[in-house]
Design a protein around this ligand. Structure first.
Ligand SMILES: *Cc1c(COP(=O)(O)O)cnc(C)c1O
Length: 431
């Protein structure tokens, strides 16, 4: 479910017409719906209500300060993967004590910063990392709370680049080795074995891989909890969203299909997992990123040219892979709809950006309404892993971001002036 829909043939974000935002702030433009963010958080929070739980939003999905503040105000914690992200939590008014720190490559400096800020837990991905955390904690005369990330070797059945829970991946510690790792960790003086964690992948639209992973590691969690008095179990993130609605894009009520039965809703997730998790008697952490932010954002772009070759109808737009890399990177599908609803026949089209890469393609041979120069298109479900992956490739400045709340809208990131792109570059004296 989200709050982008047609009102009298014009695309709206909540109570604001997207066209009015484009007129004011230019194109391309990311537009986020605060109500959608809030509802996603609350649905999950309510579904998990029978458990003592904490939602740690995986901020790598969308870390704009306004998005972060929205979630911090709802009581969210955060899953961070770098010192920069933890600093962002603080800048947004979030609570470091509700943060978990994930990632396979934490540096000494990052560990020190996180320890000083009193984070809830380090999610540890290797034994050398445990030893390093212990060393840094000893130097600071602190006790570091940690959880070992278990790799349950369960295939999430999702895209290869977002599967993390099999032994082909760099993540976590192999299921069979976890007990020994905890035994050795328990001898480290500045380590507090606070819990245990897993994360099997992203964009899971089926509850079964979660069920299998939980079922597989539950006995281990119980055994280790008895031994080390764990406080929490983190089930990770990975809840998928609808990218491709069942109803045709642009049809009157397409957005309703984001509540379709075949998607992993918070209630189905809870129905299958809460009973198993409740039996543990532990605090349960969940680290959703995409589920919260994915359908809460769109990328709006202007049609610059339509180029017809013998075979193809190329719609050349002003957004590119540097603004939204998911189609190029993960072959992902984004629904594309015009800002002004069109009722005529569709044309098989390739929507492409201006960058000199064949990968700079948002869709291929897709039936889309006929559009022309000066029309605007919206790429839907661009709220997660969208702006955060933007780059300056081709010396293109990063685009602006707007947050909508009811009838109000605010720029939450200004468009980057191109001169800023090379501001920190220097030409050596010998040139
Ligand atoms: C990326 C990541 C998440 C969030 O994944 P989503 O699919 O966006 O929910 C959660 N936990 C860890 C450890 C991650 O790396």
């Amino acid at each position: 479910m989200h709050h982008f829909r047609y009102v009298r043939g014009k695309l709206y974000c909540e109570g604001v017409s997207v066209e009015s935002l484009i007129k004011k702030h230019g194109s391309p433009l990311y537009v986020y719906s605060q109500k959608t963010l809030t509802e996603h958080f609350s649905k999950l929070d309510q579904a998990l209500a029978p458990l003592d739980h904490m939602i740690c939003y995986a901020m790598k999905a969308n870390s704009n300060l306004a998005v972060m503040r929205t979630l911090a105000n709802l009581g969210s914690g955060f899953d961070v993967v770098s010192e920069g992200e933890l600093r962002r939590v603080i800048a947004a008014g979030g609570n470091p004590k509700k943060c978990v720190f994930a990632g396979v490559g934490k540096t000494e400096q990052e560990i020190e910063f996180a320890l000083r800020k009193g984070i809830y837990s380090f999610n540890v991905e290797s034994e050398p990392e445990l030893i390093r955390i212990n060393k840094v904690a000893a130097r600071l005369k602190k006790i570091a709370p940690v959880a070992v990330r278990v790799n349950p070797n369960v295939d999430a059945g999702t895209h290869a680049k977002i599967t993390t829970g099999t032994y082909e991946n760099k993540f976590g510690i192999q299921f069979e080795q976890v007990e020994d790792v905890y035994a050795r960790a328990s001898k480290l003086k500045n380590i507090w074995l606070r819990g245990i964690q897993m994360h099997i992948g992203s964009q899971l639209t089926d509850v079964k891989p979660f069920e299998s992973a939980v079922k597989k590691i539950l006995p281990l969690v119980q055994k280790l909890t008895a031994k080390y008095k764990f406080e929490f179990f983190s089930i990770g993130g990975g809840l998928g969203i609808v990218y491709k609605p069942a109803l045709a894009s642009g049809s009157a009520e397409w957005w309703k299909t984001t509540d379709a039965k075949d998607i992993l809703t918070p209630s189905l997730y809870a129905e299958r997992l809460v009973p198993q998790l409740k039996a543990l008697g532990l605090k349960i952490l969940i680290e959703p990123g995409r589920f919260i932010a994915g359908n809460a954002g769109i990328l709006v772009t202007r049609v610059e040219y339509v180029k017809q070759t013998g075979k193809k109808n190329f719609v050349i737009v002003d957004a590119a892979m540097n603004d939204l890399i998911r189609p190029a990177f993960y072959d992902s599908y984004h629904e594309i709809v015009p800002l002004n609803q069109k009722n005529g026949a569709t044309v098989s089209s390739d929507v492409v950006g201006p960058i000199c890469e064949s990968g700079d393609t948002f869709c291929k041979d897709r039936p889309l309404p006929r559009v022309g120069e000066g029309d605007y298109l919206a790429l839907l479900s661009a709220g997660a892993y969208g702006f955060v992956m933007a780059s300056n490739y081709n010396s293109r400045g990063t685009v602006a971001e707007v947050l909508v709340n009811g009838n109000k809208a605010a720029v939450v990131r200004a468009r980057q002036p191109v001169q800023e792109i090379w501001k920190t570059e220097k030409i050596p004296a010998w040139l």
